[in-house]
Design a protein around this ligand. Structure first.
Ligand SMILES: [Zn+2]
Length: 666
C-alpha cells in the first residue's frame, strides 16, 4: 500500500513528563543562533533530557506521547479493576490490559498458547499446503511470504480494492539483507544468531536451530531480492499494478491464490493491485528453491517472532536483545505497563480513544485548530498564485486540489467496531491474535466498497499528523494538539511556528513529488505540465543536494532522495505558516516577549518541536528506512533557506544559517 506521509516516524511509545511550555530560559544564549539555530534552541533541552535507558530516541514528541500513555494507563487500570456494570468497551479494554499485565499467568502457560500454531505447521506435507498455512498465519497477524489487505484503487480512488504487497521479512527493510558495509554484515550475523536462539526457545537442539536459522536467512534474503526499497516505494507508479486475478496466478503458478483469497476471508473480486509484481514472481522462485522443511522452520520463526511480546520472559528478553539493544541501541526493556499500553493502543485503539477524547479534548481546541487550518490553506493558495515557476494552467488545477482538501481534526465520527472481537481475561496471546484477525477482517470487508473517509488510520491519542493523497485529506488527532505543538496560552507567533508549520507541512504534501501525481479526487493522474514538472524537479533537486550533504551519524549521510518529500514539506510548511502569521498580525507587530520579537518566536516555535536525542544505532537505522530527516536538520535545513530567518535574527551573509544557495520550492 501507499505509505502515507506522516509527520515523523514513530519508533516506540512512552517517565511522566510535566507539560513544558516554552520560555526564553530554555535557550542557550552562549550560542549564536546564526551559527547553529538548533543548538541555540535545543542544546539545553538535549543536555537535560538524555535518551532514557528504555528508549532509542527521546524528543519533545516523546514527552507529549508519554503524557498520553499515562492517561491511557489510567483508563485501562480503571477498566481492569471494575467488576460490575462494565460497558462492552470496558470489558474488552480492561480484560486485555489485565491479561497483558499478568506475567505470572504468562510464565505459567509457558509455550502452551503456541501449541495450535506449532501443530498446524508440523502437519504441513508439501508446498501445496503453503497457501493454507499462509491463510491461518495472516489471519492471526503473522507476516509470512507477502502481505494482503485492501486500499484505494489509485486510478479510481473512491473504490476500495484488494492489494497484494511485499512482506515476510524479519528485518525492517530489504536493504538490510544486502548492504555490505561492516556494520550491516555484523548485524546480519547477529540476526541469524537471534533466529537460532528463538528456535532454541521453541525446543530445537542447538545444531538444528543453527541450521534452521540459516534456512530462514536464505528464504528472507530470497524474498528481499524481489522487494523494492523505501525510496522506490515513494513512487506510486512503482507500487500500482492493477491485474486480473488470473494474471496474479500466472506470476506465481505454484501458489493457490484462489484458495488463499477465499480462506483468508476476502469477498469475491476479479482484479486487484499487485503492488510489486516482481516480488510475487520472486516469491515463487524462493518457494521452489526451498524444501517444505525449510518453509516449516521459516513459519515457526515468524510465529515466535510475531508473538514474542506476549510470551514468557525468556522470549521477550531475547526479542529485546536483538530488536531493542542491537538494532536500536536501547539499553533497557520498557516497563511492562508501557509495553501493554502500546500493544493495546494498536489492537483496541478506538475503544480506548473514545474514552480518551471525552477526558482530554475540548471544543475550543478543535475550533482554534480549524481556524489555523483555514489560515494556512489561504496562505498556501496565495503562495501558489505567486509562484514564479508554475504555469497558469497548473496553478488553476493546484487551486482546485487545494479547495478540495478535507480536514479531520481531533477524532473520528465513526469508531471502529469491536463487537465481534472476543477478549478473554487470562489469554494475552489469544487476545492479540484475535485482535489481528478482527482488524484484517475489517480491512478485507472493505474490498468492493466505496471509500469511507470517516475511517481514521490511527486512534485519537496518536501524536502525529498525516496527509493522504488518495483521500486528499489531512488528519490531526487530538494527541498532537497540545504543547509544544499547540499551546492555548501561547501567542500566535509560537503556535504558527509549531502546529501552524505542521499543518502547512501536511498541506504541501498534496503538491510535492508524490502528492502532485494525485488529483483533487485522489486519483493517480498527473495534472502538471511537463515543463512545470521539470522546473519543480530543478527546485527540489536543490533540497535533495542540501539535505544529502548533512551527516546523520559518524560518516553516514542522509539519503537526500528518500527524505526529499518530507524536507520539501518542512520548507513549504514554514514558508506558508510565516505568510499566515503575517496576515494574522495584519501589520501590527506584537511587542517583544522575553526579549524575543514575534518573528524570532515563530522560528523558535518550530525548533522547539524538534529538540531530540537519539542513539547512534537508531540514527543509523532511520537513515535507511525513515523519509524524515533528524530534528537538527529539519530545523537548520529549513531556516537556512529562509531570508525571513536571516532578517529576524540579523544574521550576516557568511554565517552557517544562511544557505548561500537557498532552496525554495513553495
Ligand atoms: Zn510529512
Amino acid at each position: 500500500m501507499l505509505t502515507v506521509p506522516a509527520l515523523w516516524a514513530q519508533t516506540s511509545t512512552p517517565r511522566k513528563p510535566a507539560e513544558v511550555r516554552f520560555s526564553s530560559d530554555m535557550l542557550d544564549k552562549s550560542i549564536d543562533p546564526c551559527t547553529d539555530f538548533y543548538a541555540y534552541a535545543c542544546s539545553k533541552w538535549q543536555a537535560q533530557n538524555p535518551v532514557p535507558a528504555d528508549r532509542p530516541t527521546w524528543g519533545r514528541f516523546n514527552e507529549l506521547q508519554e503524557r498520553g500513555e499515562y492517561i491511557v494507563k489510567d483508563i485501562l487500570e480503571k477498566a481492569a479493576a471494575k467488576s460490575a456494570g462494565r460497558t462492552l468497551a470496558e470489558q474488552k479494554i480492561g480484560d486485555y490490559y489485565a491479561s497483558c499485565m499478568d506475567e505470572g499467568a504468562i510464565e505459567k502457560a509457558s509455550k502452551k498458547p503456541l501449541r495450535g500454531d506449532l501443530k498446524s505447521i508440523a502437519a504441513l506435507k508439501s508446498k501445496g499446503d503453503l497457501s493454507k498455512e499462509a491463510i491461518r498465519l495472516h489471519r492471526e497477524g503473522t507476516d509470512v511470504l507477502f502481505s494482503f489487505g485492501s486500499g484505494s484503487d489509485f486510478k479510481n480512488a473512491s473504490q476500495i480494492i484488494a492489494e497484494v504487497d511485499q512482506g515476510g521479512l524479519g528485518l525492517p527493510d530489504r536493504d538490510y539483507y544486502f548492504k555490505d558495509d561492516e556494520k550491516s554484515v555484523e548485524l546480519r550475523k547477529k540476526y541469524v544468531e537471534h533466529v537460532q536462539k528463538m528456535l532454541e526457545l521453541l525446543g530445537d537442539a542447538p545444531a538444528k536451530a543453527a541450521e534452521g536459522a540459516k534456512a530462514v536467512m536464505d528464504i528472507e534474503t530470497g524474498l528481499a531480492k524481489g522487494a523494492l526499497d523505501q525510496t522506490s516505494r515513494r513512487d506510486p507508479l512503482k507500487i500500482y499494478h492493477k491485474l486480473a486475478n488470473q494474471d496474479l496466478a500466472a506470476l506465481s503458478p505454484g501458489f493457490d491464490w484462489n484458495a488463499y483469497f477465499t480462506g483468508v476471508g476476502a469477498p469475491k473480486f476479479d482484479a486487484l493491485n499487485v503492488a510489486e509484481p516482481d516480488f510475487v514472481k520472486q516469491m515463487q522462485t524462493v518457494v521452489d528453491a526451498h524444501s517444505i522443511d525449510d518453509w516449516k522452520t521459516y513459519f515457526r520463526w515468524h510465529v515466535v517472532h510475531s508473538n514474542a511480546p506476549v510470551l514468557p520472559a525468556a522470549f521477550v528478553n531475547e526479542n529485546f536483545e536483538f530488536f531493542g539493544k542491537t538494532m536500536q541501541g536501547t539499553k533497557e526493556l520498557r516497563p511492562r505497563w508501557k509495553r501493554c499500553v502500546s500493544y493495546e493502543n494498536g489492537d483496541l485503539g478506538d475503544a480506548i480513544g473514545e474514552i480518551y477524547v471525552n477526558q482530554t479534548f475540548g471544543a475550543e481546541g478543535k475550533a482554534r485548530t480549524l481556524a489555523m487550518v483555514d489560515a494556512l490553506e489561504k496562505a498556501l493558495g496565495d503562495d501558489i498564485k505567486s509562484l514564479p515557476w508554475m504555469s497558469d494552467d497548473t496553478k488553476k488545477q493546484a487551486l482546485v486540489k487545494l479547495a478540495a482538501i478535507t480536514n479531520r481534526i481531533g477524532y473520528t465520527d465513526k469508531w471502529r467496531d469491536y463487537s465481534k472481537l472476543e477478549i478473554k481475561r487470562g489469554d494475552a496471546l489469544g487476545n492479540s491474535q484475535r485482535s489481528n484477525q478482527n482488524d484484517l477482517q475489517r480491512r478485507l470487508n472493505k474490498i468492493g466498497t466505496k471509500l469511507d473517509k470517516r475511517d481514521w488510520p490511527y486512534p485519537p491519542m496518536t501524536v502525529n499528523a498525516t496527509y493522504n493523497p488518495l483521500e486528499n485529506n489531512i488528519t490531526f488527532p487530538a494527541g498532537i494538539l497540545q504543547p509544544p505543538f499547540y499551546d492555548n496560552t501561547a501567542d500566535d507567533a509560537m503556535n504558527f511556528g509549531g502546529i501552524g508549520a505542521v499543518i502547512g507541512h501536511e498541506l504541501t504534501h498534496g503538491f510535492d513529488d508524490q502528492g502532485s501525481q494525485f488529483d483533487a479526487d485522489g486519483n493517480l493522474r498527473d495534472w502538471w505540465t511537463a515543463d512545470d514538472k521539470k522546473k519543480f524537479e530543478e527546485r527540489t533537486s536543490c533540497i535533495k543536494d542540501q539535505y544529502g550533504s548533512f551527516v546523520a551519524v559518524d560518516d553516514l549521510k542522509l539519503n537526500g532522495k528518500l527524505t526529499l518529500g518530507e524536507n520539501t514539506a518542512d520548507n513549504g510548511g514554514m514558508r506558508i505558516a510565516y505568510m499566515a502569521l503575517m496576515s494574522a498580525l495584519a501589520g501590527k507587530m506584537p511587542p517583544t516577549a522575553g526579549g524575543l520579537s514575534a518573528p524570532q518566536r515563530f522560528f523558535l516555535g518550530w525548533a522547539n518541536v524538534w529538540c531530540q536525542n537519539r542513539t547512534d544505532a537508531i540514527a543509523r537505522m532511520l537513515v535507511t528506512i525513515d523519509p524524515h530527516s533528524p530534528g537538527k536538520n529539519r530545523v537548520n535545513g529549513t531556516v537556512s533557506n529562509m531570508p525571513e530567518f536571516r532578517e529576524a535574527y540579523h544574521c550576516k551573509a557568511d554565517t552557517p544559517m544562511v544557505n548561500q544557495n537557498a532552496c525554495r520550492v513553495w
